[in-house]
Design a binder for this molecule. Structure first.
Ligand SMILES: [Zn+2]
Length: 404
């Protein structure tokens, strides 16, 4: 038995070193905006730095250009540009280790050169400030995907909402029944540009509309499976099937509540317990959101600590997408630096090799493991690039957003 286990470990190590490893959601820029650090130094952010990324065999992380809901109608494009600037500064500061990437070919070239390919994705469609011109400029600045909403519904797309607020009610986020006419033009223009449409965070109605109108495959950059943990940020089996049927991918989020129903249930119970006090605080600090945040953090600290999922749950979600959507439809979008509760045993970017070994141990082929690690994402990205090439004759959309 031991010899066999060692044989699997050896095979996993070799396969992982050869593989292209993509993670479509890493919140390092937001952490670096709060507290600048040299990413060559271990511990630069909670979950990322070059040494740990090298240990983890990471090839291509998407730096998240995460624009919090508080920036909606309040400097959202500026915030996005500041995080894009941070990303460029990080890459420019480490030319031997890092290179900015914007295509499938760039990612493969980076692997050849022994460098990490850094890509960018905007999180929160309010970042374009309702302007297709700003969307195009974001593409020119290097952005290759956009999550249509964050936890806030914007002027043209419904969000699944702020599920972590004690008075969370998804109905409050359902303002447009999915995408508005302008939102549909945003998706069309993203298809034309070759910017991947990301349906993490959006409502079920928005997912329905995107799947109906997108002329390119779509991605969930950091969402997991509702069949295993039934929470609003995860995807139903039916959604997974439809995303897969369009040539898209589901990139698994490793937050403990995303992975494990027991953790999510305890989280919901905790929210219910906090609700009366939360409503009082909300009324008292209605005009002082910063104070409300501080008070809520203090309240949270009085509550029981939530458990963490086991890291093998990540593999369970990967296998579930394989079963429901097929082996071409799954990858990793861990949400490192954006989650505070990674599972036990999968706490940062140094640990991706564990997934390769566990998948092999469970009987998946080396080709299948490589697909999960990065080839599925690259194949989907190539299909998005092909859709762009097909739409090359189409003029840029000039639709102007106007409030209803
Ligand atoms: Zn997110």
């Amino acid at each position: 038995m031991i010899a066999r286990a060692d044989e699997v470990a050896t095979r996993a190590k070799k396969l992982h070193a050869d593989a292209i490893v993509v993670d479509t959601h890493l919140d390092a820029p937001d952490q670096l905006a709060t507290k600048w650090a040299d990413v060559a130094t271990r511990g630069a952010t909670d979950h990322f730095d070059i040494p740990r990324a090298r240990e983890g065999g990471l090839t291509a992380p998407f730096f998240s250009i995460y624009v919090a809901a508080s920036y909606a109608d309040n400097g959202a494009a500026k915030r996005a540009l500041e995080l894009i600037d941070i990303t460029h500064r990080v890459v420019d500061g480490h030319p031997k280790d890092l290179t900015l990437a914007g295509s499938v070919a760039d990612v493969r070239a980076a692997k050849q050169a022994g460098k990490l390919a850094i890509l960018m994705g905007i999180e929160g469609g309010h970042a374009i400030e309702d302007s297709l011109a700003v969307l195009r400029e974001m593409y020119r600045a290097g952005v290759r995907y956009m999550t249509l909403t964050h936890t806030n519904t914007n002027h043209w797309a419904d969000s699944s909402g702020p599920f972590y607020e004690p008075d969370f009610d998804p109905k409050k986020s359902a303002l447009h029944d999915g995408l508005t006419a302008f939102g549909k033009d945003v998706v069309k223009e993203m298809n034309r540009l070759g910017m991947i449409v990301d349906i993490s965070h959006v409502s079920d109605a928005t997912i329905r509309d995107v799947l109906a109108i997108s002329r390119a495959p779509v991605m969930a950059s950091h969402s997991s499976c509702r069949a295993i943990s039934n929470m609003p940020r995860n995807l139903t089996d039916d959604q997974i099937k439809q995303i897969a049927a369009k040539g898209g991918v589901v990139m698994i989020n490793v937050g403990s509540g995303f992975l494990d129903q027991k953790v999510y249930d305890q989280f919901v119970a905790r929210m219910a317990k906090m609700k009366p006090e939360y409503l009082k605080l909300k009324a008292t600090y209605a005009k002082d959101p910063a104070r409300l945040r501080t008070e809520m953090q203090a309240l949270g600290k009085q509550m029981d600590k939530l458990p963490r999922a086991a890291w093998t749950k990540v593999v369970e979600h990967i296998e579930h997408v394989m079963t429901v959507g097929g082996e071409d439809a799954v990858g990793i979008g861990a949400d490192f630096d954006g989650i505070e509760d990674p599972p036990v045993g999968f706490e940062d970017v140094s640990l991706y090799p564990k997934l390769s070994e566990e998948l092999l141990r469970r009987g998946h082929s080396e080709a299948q493991v490589k697909k999960v690690l990065g080839e599925n994402f690259l194949a989907m990205f190539a299909r998005v690039e092909a859709a762009k090439a097909k739409l090359a004759g189409e003029p840029p959309l000039t639709t102007v957003y106007s409030p209803k």
